[in-house]
Design a protein around this ligand. Sequence first.
Ligand SMILES: C[S@@+](CC[C@H](N)C(=O)[O-])C[C@H]1O[C@@H](n2cnc3c(N)ncnc32)[C@H](O)[C@@H]1O
Length: 261
Amino acid sequence: MLDLDHATAARWIDRWDAQQCRYMPDREERFTALIDALEEWAGRPDPLVLDLGCGPGSLAVRLLDRIPAAMVIAIDSDPLLLALGRAGYGGRAGLDFADVDLRATGWAGGLGLERAADAAVSTTALHWLAVPALRAMYAELATVLRPGGLLLDGDHLTEDKAAAPALARLDRALTQRAEERAGADGRSEDWKGWWQAATADPVLAGPAAERARRRLSEDHHGSESLLLAQHVAALEAAGFAEIGTVWQHGENRILAAVRGG
Ligand SMILES: C[S@@+](CC[C@H](N)C(=O)[O-])C[C@H]1O[C@@H](n2cnc3c(N)ncnc32)[C@H](O)[C@@H]1O
């Protein structure tokens, strides 16, 4: 089997970041705001942070660039994205990748943390979970986050059309317009194009086969937790408090919540 070297992984990660920006032109601004909030709250130079649904590690490495003494456990269940992260950023001080399905019972305890985490962060990932799995995931998370620990979730989370039709419409319109402007040249690679190309690269054949074995798909499955209210209710049920948006552009927001204690 061909080896995935650092330079090849770095090229695929650059392509990943570019295609993600097609859907989130302000992705870098959102990373910056999320890390600002974490820095403000952490209360120590060496916070232990979980990155939930880390992909190839884009948020984790930006966080370590800003907070070099942090320890980040970057969690994902996709073998191809984990392979890219490990090859692209392997050996980076403070960064560990963990192959973990956030829907699995006991996932948080299974991390074997030496101390409670100071924060959990996530970008464009948690909406993938269906509501029952989301509720269980936040409840698990609360068992490994210290009292007062912070959750920061950057994701597209929508207002409920029935409860707040005007806000839902305006949020959607702002998001759509930003996406249209970002993809306006019609040349930038989309999400499907990236997956087609990556899974066809012979150096990624091993992780691509494992991905197929796990029946992972980049397609939405129709039961995602896309509503802001679903996340707020799940966080409340898991014992989080002061749940609210600290940064927003249309539907794209950073939801913050503090673990009660
Ligand atoms: C759109 S990507 C975002 C990746 C990264 N956070 C970023 O911002 O570039 C969504 C990520 O969520 C991960 N994910 C979805 N469901 C998951 C689950 N049940 N357990 C762990 N990771 C999951 C996917 O594998 C994927 O890496």
